[in-house]
Design a binder for this molecule. Structure first.
Ligand SMILES: Nc1nc2c(c(=O)[nH]1)N[C@H]1C(S)=C(S)[C@@H](COP(=O)(O)O)O[C@H]1N2
Ligand SMILES: [Mo]
Length: 159
């Protein structure tokens, strides 16, 4: 292959790699976000331990979903009342899979568990097909909402 072609292919690979690790937070927020991997990595991380499908405990590390929503400007804590209580977050994956969380499920002023956007398990990055980001819902009896390959979080308001 000639040099310009190799260069273009390399560029395409780089762009697609960056895109694959980008997370957007959009919808009914005051500051829509497009977070690059480096920005997410730099945010304060929290650990949660939860049994996996295999029944074994694993330690997940990541950013609490509520922190991402806060950065996008949603109302939390004592401000999470009235009309704000009709808001919910839709977590969307690369394969089109989507699940919903009501805001109080995510807000530490209400919830007893931390729902995490994890980027590592037991100290290593999540494998392809699961990561770079996966939602962890500790203690939930089914892993149905443990969304793999999260691409976007969209806040909506119930009609
Ligand atoms: N992106 C995405 N995440 C997903 C799913 C899916 O189809 N796509 N399935 C869910 C369901 S129904 C289950 S049971 C768990 C399975 O998790 P595992 O692949 O780690 O066993 O992933 C959840 N997360
Ligand atoms: Mo499932």
């Amino acid at each position: 292959m000639n040099r310009p072609v190799v260069f273009l292919l390399g560029l395409l690979l780089m762009v697609s790699k960056v895109y694959a690790q980008t997370l957007t937070v959009s919808g009914e927020v005051t500051k829509p976000l497009t977070l690059q991997a480096a920005e997410l990595k730099a945010m304060p991380h929290t650990d949660v331990t939860s049994p996996d499908r295999d029944g074994k405990e694993h330690r997940y590390s990541g950013v609490p979903v509520i922190e991402l929503l806060k950065q996008a400007g949603i109302s939390t804590g004592s401000e999470l009342r009235g009309k704000h209580l009709t808001k919910y977050a839709v977590v969307k994956a690369a394969d089109g899979y989507e699940v919903v969380f009501a805001l109080p499920e995510l807000d530490p002023a209400f919830a007893t568990r931390t729902i995490l956007l994890a980027d590592s398990v037991d100290g290593t990055a999540l494998p392809a097909g699961t990561g770079p980001y996966r939602v962890i819902v500790p203690g939930e009896k089914k892993p149905t909402r443990w969304v793999r390959v999260v691409k976007a979080i969209e806040v909506r308001i119930a009609e």
